[in-house]
Design a protein around this ligand. Structure first.
Ligand code: ADP
Ligand code: MG
Length: 678
């Protein structure tokens, strides 16, 4: 049996269970061995009955005094009772309704009881304990997260079997010297001890080993992605044309914008390609930064590509850049899925000939037949929508072009360093002048009409607004209700206004029509699902109502709210929710208290835990099985150093002792492509 053998072939699994195991992410025997316990029960630390702390879970070894008595009570329920003794003290065992458990209580048998002792010094009792035979029970037992049809006990059996059959294949990924240096277990021993620890010390060591290994592999993988693009480039941006660019802007750049632009252009003069993340909260003016860099690239004789995650955004960028750069001689085109065939053909001919100097588009830009004459710069906007791989894919099109990645997801800097380990970071830490924080209120649905009236009032004053309903188009029912809700608003309360509807199931062309209507001001009110989430910029929109606000995560609410408050006027956001649950209320309250993206991101991480944060795949990073980037910071510092050391001496991981690392990187990164466009 091999690690990549399908799980259905493991004895005791079969087709039916294999299907259920898939829900737990287990497709192969190897996956099963990497399905680590969620918790442990420590049965190895046996205490005497008289020493057992009241009300705390513990393990007691005792002999059954006599066969339990069965007593029927109401509702067909049976209570089984007996006494057990450890030679010093007596304890009563009570079992509800389980004949199976009660039958384990054979007179004179020595057993282990795992549970909570209650009672007092004269009378001790354990109710519904877990029971095991003493001779095979004094161990630390794993508890696994279960799913329907697969319980933790079954997983224990299966993992033990898989380990028995495959343990020889659990060879080390880490070089011996490294393992020694950091005091880690051999891989096989780590896997054994994470499932079936010999003792607590070994368990701790196994955890440390596997966390170390996972983080090291992650960081090495990211460093290698970066290393690949770090071959010399012949794209050198030697002259900075920023001042000329600033004279084209309808506003004065902020200090932060100036600083970041100069940082980027300095970077692009070097002989290694730039690989940089531009982080800036929603509304901080990242587009102008991109435009400045694109302008200098153009003036130095190179082409640029700007890639956005949605059609709407690509279109908006096209309009914005077109209007700023008009008259400078630069030829700009837009390439998306809905570009007409004839136009597409023309663009694909004019890029390799160099007649187009800036191409803006969606992932349509990644197609093989999109080729360039001299691609110097690749900008990707709202990067968390793209996987690490896609980012690299566009880079391949040029001769090591410079890459700039723009993200509005405010991640604490320490974390960003890891998540974007393959990038340098610039931060836009200043908002354009005159911005007022969006005033945010949290109301229940009884005040919905008043919220609508408030929206009307603003529209009557010539402003625009958004109403967001969270019904993402998963099933037909959801879609139907989203559409129903939209229709109702458009034909009811806002009948005499121009209302635009926007949802994910619309054709790109229909979406564009609505969006340009809103940008152009012909549409007063945009009723939409979350498709407006990212990047849309309409400064005249000053009011937003978010329905069922409790269904959104904090970061998502922040991104949504970022659509307003983009001009110098006061904006208002109204969160409607009837949530009673504590965590949801807390989230909404935080939204009313701050507009600081970094604070909100911190809270979001705290409330959700980094688990969810990364599982969602929103950063295009591999999903970790055991490490937690927020909590395992000490290990992280170590792996950081170790990874740098390894790459410094063997950047391609070609050395014999590093072969295992290569295999592990490939395995960890094999799924990230799926986290691409959504
Ligand atoms: P984001 O960083 O969210 O992509 P945008 O680039 O869309 O932000 O900019 C938000 C708004 O702020 C736009 O309307 C833009 O024209 C405006 N803006 C950007 N920089 C400045 C500035 N220095 N002064 C005034 N307005 C600015
Ligand atoms: Mg933007």
């Amino acid at each position: 049996m091999k690690l990549d053998t399908e799980i259905k072939f493991l004895k005791g699994v079969g087709q039916w269970r294999a299907e259920r195991l898939k829900k737990l992410g287990i497709a192969t025997v190897g996956d099963l061995l990497c399905y680590y316990p969620r918790a442990y029960e420590d049965w190895s630390n046996v205490v005497a009955i008289k020493d057992a702390p009241f009300g705390e879970t513990c393990c007691i070894k005792a002999i059954v005094d006599r066969k339990p008595t069965a007593q029927k009570i109401r509702d067909g329920m049976t209570i089984f009772r007996t006494d057990v003794t450890d030679g010093e003290c007596l304890m009563q065992i009570t079992i509800f309704n389980s004949k199976y458990e009660a039958e384990k209580l054979i007179e004179g048998e020595e057993l282990l009881f795992y549970g909570k002792v209650t009672g007092n010094t004269n009378f001790r009792e354990m109710t519904s304990p877990s029971i095991e035979k003493a001779e095979n029970g004094e161990v630390i037992r794993p508890i696994y997260s279960q799913t329907q049809g697969i319980n933790s006990k079954l997983l224990v059996t299966l993992v033990a079997r898989a380990f028995e059959m495959c343990s020889e294949e659990l060879t080390d990924h880490l070089p011996v010297a490294l393992r020694k240096k950091y005091g880690l277990l051999p891989y096989k021993s780590a896997v054994k001890n994470i499932h079936f620890p010999s003792d607590n010390q070994y368990l701790a060591l196994a955890r440390r080993t596997l966390i170390f290994e996972e983080l090291l592999i992650l960081q090495l993988g990211l460093l290698r992605l970066r290393g690949r693009s770090r071959e010399f480039t012949n794209v050198r941006i030697l002259k900075d044309f920023s001042n000329e660019f600033f004279s084209l802007l309808p506003f004065e750049p902020t200090g932060a914008q100036r600083k970041v632009i100069s940082e980027i252009i300095t970077d692009m003069a070097g002989e290694l390609p730039m690989s940089r993340l531009l982080q800036g909260d929603v509304g901080s003016g990242k587009t102008a930064v991109a435009a400045a860099v694109i302008f200098s690239t153009y003036k130095n004789g190179y082409q640029s590509a700007l890639m956005a995650p949605t059609e709407i955004l690509a279109q908006q960028h096209y309009k914005t850049l077109h209007s700023i750069l008009e008259g400078t001689g630069i030829n700009i085109e837009l390439l998306t899925g809905s570009t007409a065939a004839k136009k597409k053909k023309e663009i694909k001919a004019k890029l390799p000939s160099g007649e187009i100097q800036l191409i803006i588009g969606t992932h349509a830009l990644l197609q093989d037949d999109v080729q360039f004459k001299s691609l110097g710069l690749v900008v990707t906007d709202e990067q968390h929508r793209f996987g690490v791989r896609q980012r690299a894919a566009l880079g391949i099109k040029g001769n090591n072009p410079h890459t700039l990645v723009m993200s509005a997801t405010p991640i604490p800097r320490t974390l960003a360093l890891i998540i974007y380990g393959d990038l340098d970071i610039s931060v836009l830490d200043e908002m354009p002048p005159g911005r007022k924080p969006v005033e945010t209120y949290f109301v229940n649905s009884q005040l919905r009409k008043r919220a609508y009236t408030y929206v009307k009032k603003h529209i009557n004053m010539g402003r625009q607004g958004y109403i967001v309903c969270p019904l993402v188009e998963k099933g037909e029912t959801d879609l139907a209700s989203a559409q129903g809700y939209m229709q109702e608003l458009a034909q009811g309360f806002f009948k005499s206004y121009s209302v635009g509807l926007l949802h994910g199931r619309m054709k790109p062309r229909e979406k564009n029509q609505v969006m340009s209507g809103f940008v152009g001001g012909e549409i007063d009110l945009l009723v939409s699902t979350t498709v407006i989430e990212v990047g849309v910029d309409v400064p005249n929109a000053v009011i937003m109502v978010i329905e069922n606000a409790e269904r959104f995560g904090l970061s998502q609410l922040h991104q949504l709210r970022g659509r307003i408050g983009r001009g110098s006027d006061r904006s208002t956001c109204i969160l409607i929710s009837d949530a009673q649950n504590g965590e949801a209320m807390r989230r909404l309250k935080i939204m009313t208290q701050t507009t600081d993206g970094f604070k909100i991101a911190d809270e979001d991480l705290r409330l959700r835990g980094s688990g969810d944060f990364f599982v969602s795949g929103q950063h295009g990073l591999p999903v970790l099985k055991i490490a937690d980037m927020l909590k395992d910071t000490t290990v992280l510092r170590r792996t950081n150093a170790a990874a740098a050391e390894i790459i410094a001496s063997d950047s391609e991981l070609r050395a014999q002792e590093n072969k295992g690392l290569n295999v592990a990187i490939a395995t960890l990164f094999k799924n990230i492509n799926q986290a691409g466009f959504n």
